[in-house]
Design a protein around this ligand. Structure first.
Ligand code: ATP
Ligand code: MG
Length: 373
């Protein structure tokens, strides 16, 4: 894997057209992408990472190659890490959070199996950290309804929503995510591509808060968080769309080898026997090639070349074998950890305690600069 690219969140048209007073961004405070990537290697202690997932189902290969792999890499380099299980955000696009406790524990299981150490990484559910959620109120005052309305990820999630009407929570969810990121003053956020518009909201909130409520000495309360994209910022699912927990098109990290084979056998391909890597014209085949390539740590073109005229059958066999081989150690660790559910709950309890102390300190600072008594 090559080092991750830092997606420098450039101010979007939406931000520029904001109706809420938004002073021009302080360009000097936004580190250049290369600077951030270098700083990461040189000075891990100067960074703090926040990432997370919704407990809507088991983590899949899109999570692993999209963000989890980067999280573990940063964690191993000694960067301080917070991982949020975004349980309130489950009910943004459905009426009930189905099997919430089970999905939450299973996320923790996936994190630990992937290599996160709960002694060093703070893993917590945001519903268990009240001070984090309280940040939502001042933050909501910093964005306009028009800006939220234009958010492309919110639009996509509304299109796939299981609710008949768009709830207020769906609408304000990017601002809640800003609270998830800013409560611990994270400056790096490993995410998939679909999250870039949300990251932009978090940066807008931080920038406007800092401008409106500076410390008495003029210093800023929040850093401007940057997105960290991996080499696979948008892994495709078996239907050719974004691999997603909620869309029935995913290969779960914890799936058995047989389940993996069955899911890949059912993947959409095309009628052309000659396998080639062409993401624009043959996205389904390209998605499968990318998956095999990531597991083999090779270029997708090289995998395609090897399959040649083998058609979809050889392509799917190659992908299945690559995935099962690559994830065998992780799956074995996952199975060993799965027996002790009490341990998973303890991880969440300790994490909530640590995150709670950080959130309380940030909230106190926010209240102070706002002039609260
Ligand atoms: P849901 O369908 O419930 O929204 P999801 O699969 O989209 O689930 P999230 O919990 O919404 O997963 O996303 C968690 C993180 O994983 C985010 O940073 C997101 O960008 C990243 N991610 C999700 N799917 C992919 C994917 N297919 N490729 C790369 N990254 C992904
Ligand atoms: Mg999602």
């Amino acid at each position: 894997m090559t080092p991750e690219t830092v997606a420098a969140a450039a101010p979007t048209a939406a931000a520029a057209a904001a109706t809420v007073s938004a002073p021009a961004p302080a360009a000097a405070s936004v580190p250049a992408p290369e600077a951030a990537a270098t700083a990461l290697v040189d000075d891990p202690a100067s960074h703090r990472v926040l990432t997370g997932d919704r407990p809507t189902g088991p983590l899949h290969l899109g999570h692993y190659f999209g963000t989890l792999h980067n999280r573990v890499r940063l964690h191993d380099q000694g960067v301080e890490m917070f991982v949020v299980v975004a349980d309130y955000q489950v009910i943004t696009d459905r009426d009930l959070a189905d099997r919430l406790a089970e999905h939450t524990e299973n996320l923790v299981l996936d994190y630990l199996a992937a290599g996160l150490d709960p002694e060093r990484a703070t893993i917590f559910a945001h519903s268990a950290v009240p001070a984090l959620n309280q940040l939502l109120l001042p933050f909501l005052s910093l964005v306009s309804v028009a800006e939220l309305n234009r958010n492309p990820t919110v639009k996509d999630e509304i299109a796939h929503s299981r609710q008949s009407a768009v709830s207020g929570l769906m609408f304000t969810y990017p601002v809640h995510q800003a609270a998830d990121i800013l409560f611990c003053k994270a400056d790096l956020v490993p995410v998939g591509q679909d999250q870039l518009p949300h990251l932009e909201v978090a940066r807008t909130v931080a920038r406007r808060f800092n401008d409106r409520y500076p410390h008495a000495d003029g210093s800023a309360v929040f850093p401007l968080p940057q997105a960290l994209l991996s080499d696979a910022p948008m892994l495709l699912g078996t239907d050719g769309g974004k691999m997603s927990k909620s869309r029935g098109n995913a290969i779960a990290l914890g799936a058995s080898e047989d389940e993996t084979a069955r899911t890949i056998r059912g993947a959409r391909t095309d009628a052309d026997r000659r396998i080639g890597y062409d993401p624009v014209n043959r996205p389904e085949v390209a998605g499968l090639l990318q998956l095999a390539a990531l597991c083999q740590d090779r270029a997708p073109e090289a995998v395609a070349e090897e399959i040649g005229d083998g058609g979809a059958a050889v392509l799917k066999r190659t992908v299945t074998e690559s995935v099962n081989e690559y994830f065998r150690p992780l799956r074995a660790r996952r199975a060993a950890l799965a027996a002790d559910r009490g341990h998973l709950r303890r991880v969440l309890r300790d994490g909530a305690e640590r995150a709670g102390a950080v959130a309380e300190a940030t909230l106190a600072e926010v209240r102070e600069v706002m002039g609260s008594i």
